[in-house]
Design a protein around this ligand. Structure first.
Ligand SMILES: C[S@@+](CC[C@H](N)C(=O)[O-])C[C@H]1O[C@@H](n2cnc3c(N)ncnc32)[C@H](O)[C@@H]1O
Length: 311
């Protein structure tokens, strides 16, 4: 009964979305148009459930509830490939998974405790070229949380841009903490450095201007293998595997390596998308699945992050 209730609630929640609230991108892409019409069917269904129907007598309630539930399930299953309605897959015990709608994501963001300095940096970066590359506030909060849970003191970031994720990490490091921040673009690093200063964390951040591979290799040559607690990869996607191999040397057993963009705008699961970047991310995800050197958890946050723990 509880299951049934949550099932209905999930559908009603999705169903209460109005047609004008559907993501524009999904309307523009033929692949998602099917989802749109399916969801609209749910919307229609949800709007036609009268409260009286749920308050009927016990026996008819069960009957009607079952009847309704079947109907919902049928509808839901028919649109389980949608990017933004719930999936309800019998192969996974009918576990329902909610995809983020713009409204629900807005709710998630309202529940992020974004430090004021990060908000300012995000605002300043918004007008800059490449601002969409920044991790989202909920992702940054997760990174900071992981660093705190680990009690990390020594971290590495590959791909700094204007410093949003690195600042989120530096803010939660202890005073003795150390973050190696690798970035090849001097101009965006200038913004990052300004914000490290403003936030009073410059002493924790060791900025490495140049190609990340060179910086990581020189850390290894410097005898720093096994001395880092946490690493975040967010640079050239086709290089992910190479960064990962070097970071696996630099991170201690029990340390974490987090990789961003593992879902690559959803392209990784689309067999019709086969551009070089998508293929390389897809292949790397497959390799990680088989990699016994790490435990893994792929998290559908932002553009997807995989958290790897070195064994
Ligand atoms: C996705 S952005 C990083 C965003 C950043 N983590 C944030 O949340 O604001 C990727 C960055 O990686 C940098 N990058 C790409 N290839 C690189 C390389 N080979 N070495 C160093 N930095 C690189 C780019 O210049 C860009 O600033």
């Amino acid at each position: 009964m509880v299951m049934a209730n949550s099932s209905i609630n999930s559908v009603l929640h999705q169903g209460s979305m109005l047609p004008h609230e559907f993501p524009l991108a999904s309307l523009q892409r033929p692949a998602s148009f099917h989802s749109f019409s399916s969801t609209w069917a749910i919307t229609n269904g949800a709007l036609h459930v009268s409260p009286k129907r749920w308050n009927c007598s016990a026996s008819s309630c069960c009957f009607r509830f079952r009847e309704c539930r079947c109907r919902w399930k049928r509808i839901v299953r028919s649109c389980s490939t949608s990017e933004f309605v719930i999936s309800n897959d019998e192969n996974y015990s009918n576990k329902q998974v909610v995809s983020l709608t713009p409204r629900l994501y807005d709710y998630v963001l309202k529940n992020v405790r974004e430090p004021e300095i990060l908000r300012q940096l995000r605002q300043e970066t918004a007008s800059m070229r490449g601002s969409q590359m920044q991790v989202s506030p909920d992702q940054a909060q997760l990174l900071a949380m992981l660093v705190q849970i680990l009690g990390a003191e020594r971290c590495i970031e590959v791909g700094v841009y204007t410093g949003y994720s690195s600042l989120a990490i530096a803010l939660v490091l202890p005073e003795s903490g150390h973050l190696v921040a690798c970035e090849r673009d001097a101009k965006s690093l200038d913004v990052a450095k300004k914000y490290y200063q403003l936030a009073g964390v410059s002493h924790k951040v060791d900025v490495k201007l140049g190609l990340a591979m060179d910086s990581l290799e020189s850390l290894i040559l410097n005898g720093e293998a096994g001395s880092y607690d946490f690493a975040f990869i967010d640079a050239e996607k086709k290089m992910n595997e190479k960064y990962f191999e070097l970071l696996l040397q630099l991170v201690r057993v029990g340390g974490l390596i987090v990789i961003d963009n593992v879902l690559w705008h959803g392209k990784v699961s689309d067999p019709l998308v086969n551009d070089p970047k998508t293929i390389s991310i897809r292949n790397f995800n497959e390799k990680l699945m088989e990699d016994k050197r790490v435990s893994i958890s792929m998290v559908p946050i932002g553009d997807g992050m995989t958290i790897c723990r070195k064994r």
